[in-house]
Design a protein around this ligand. Structure first.
Ligand SMILES: [Mn+2]
Length: 426
């Protein structure tokens, strides 16, 4: 299924009058506060978030998986789904591939397809958290940290192979998330496991193409419950420093213990120019991978405040690679992703509305109440007209979720692919 610009224009006609009235009101209100609404809309239009190839089917838990009819079973179908999202939102202009789940068979065909859908290939992701069929060595006791050099070599070679695949598609970064860790005290030696991991990552880093970045993701627990080798941002940062200037830390919102101050981690990493990538999701307890903004939207706003500050003040920090890393257990994955994209743009828009000079002044004056008011003033603003305006200007749907339902996208996909079609992934 493809969504045409005529279909979107038709649907937008019904939304246009309301949008114009809402936008004019907000533009006027923001103007009184010295904010240029059109400039904010332009920044929203430019913001692109990668969709991972594993997020287009229903995820599952260790207790079961409830599929969604018409899931994309092939890489081509997954790309088409991201293309649909991009047509509806104009915010999903990139896809992030997971190897070996999505190894292209026909590179030229895949590149052409991406081009026709307006997509680029973002970071490629390796997988040493599962054993693959025919693989000589098992990752049961770890991969890059493993005590057996042959297992480490196999995992290193896999990561280098993933980069070679990404290179053929135009990707420019490799994300490494390691499940390596232990379930019980004493199961391995912390220092030796870390030392082996540092060495393995360095070997991968040195084998990457000249212009490539290496993103090192961290996570406190799961699948191992006593200890993860790269458990926190500090460990990731240390390993990135060890690798070299093109190695960076990747922050995944769900990879923190409850109540961690993630916005401060973002600020600290950007201060040192080391925030390379960012994975959006939301959670209540652990790595729940829920819809962005569904649980803690204020925290997301505070994080965006630091991201905006860092993008303005830390020229040494590369522009972060944005990706949604969520799992959809009961919602239609595409509807869930539309909701996530909406939440991301809303949080970004609100962060752009913060009166930064006034905030700095209130901070200097130690006016604590005023500091809070300035943040919450921005947060309480209904920015949806700005987000809608950016979509309308970009030729997307003013109301993407409404359009998705009006066009009966899932019914069409189910008709094309069948109700039993299943995506690869967890
Ligand atoms: Mn992640």
């Amino acid at each position: 299924m493809q969504i045409t610009s005529e279909q979107l224009a038709d649907l937008n006609r019904a939304e246009f009058t309301t949008l114009e009235a809402d936008y004019a009101y907000l533009e006027d209100k923001l103007g009184q506060r010295g904010v240029d609404a059109a400039a904010v809309v332009k920044q929203l239009e430019a913001f692109q978030v990668a969709i991972p190839s594993w997020a287009l089917g229903a995820g599952g838990t260790r207790f079961g998986r409830f599929g969604t009819p018409g899931e994309p079973a092939t890489l081509e179908d997954k790309m088409d789904d991201v293309g649909l999202l991009h047509a509806l939102t104009a915010t999903a202009g990139a896809i992030s591939l997971h190897i070996p789940w999505d190894i292209p068979q026909d590179y030229e065909g895949i590149r052409q397809r991406a081009k026709s859908l307006g997509l680029v290939f973002d970071a490629v992701n390796s997988n040493t958290f599962q054993d693959q069929a025919g693989q000589p060595h098992s990752y049961r006791y770890g991969s890059l940290c493993h005590s057996d050099p042959e297992v480490r070599q196999q995992a290193i070679a896999h990561n280098i192979e993933v980069a070679r695949i990404g290179e053929k598609l135009g990707s420019e970064s490799l994300t490494v998330w390691l499940a390596d860790g232990i379930n019980f005290p004493g199961q391995h030696n912390f220092q030796q496991a870390l030392d082996r991991t540092a060495d393995s990552l360095s070997q991968i880093y040195r084998a990457l193409p000249e212009s490539w970045k290496l993103f090192i993701e961290y996570k406190p627990y799961e699948p191992n419950f006593y200890s993860t080798v790269i458990q926190d941002w500090g460990t990731s940062f240390m390993l990135a420093e060890h690798c070299g200037p093109r190695a960076y830390t990747l922050v995944d919102l769900g990879h923190h213990l409850p109540n961690t101050n993630i916005e401060q981690i973002v600020a600290t990493l950007m201060y040192r120019g080391k925030l390379g990538g960012f994975h959006f999701n939301d959670s209540k307890y652990g790595d729940d991978d829920l819809t962005v903004g569904s649980i803690k939207p204020y925290a997301l706003f505070l994080i965006f405040n630091e991201l905006v500050y860092g993008m303005r003040h830390n020229p040494d920090n590369p522009y972060p690679a944005w990706m949604i890393d969520a799992s959809h257990n009961i919602k239609d994955p595409l509807e869930d992703l539309i909701q996530s994209l909406e939440a991301i743009l809303e949080a970004y828009a609100k962060a752009l509305l913060i009166d930064q000079p006034a905030l700095q002044e209130a901070q200097r004056a130690h006016d604590v109440v005023r500091c809070q008011e300035l943040l919450q003033d921005a947060y309480r603003t209904d920015v949806r007209p700005l987000v809608r305006k950016s979509r309308q200007q970009a030729g997307a749907a003013i109301n993407p979720l409404g359009a998705y339902r009006a066009l009966e996208v899932r019914r069409h996909l189910t008709g094309e692919r069948g109700s039993e079609s299943r995506a690869t992934g967890l």
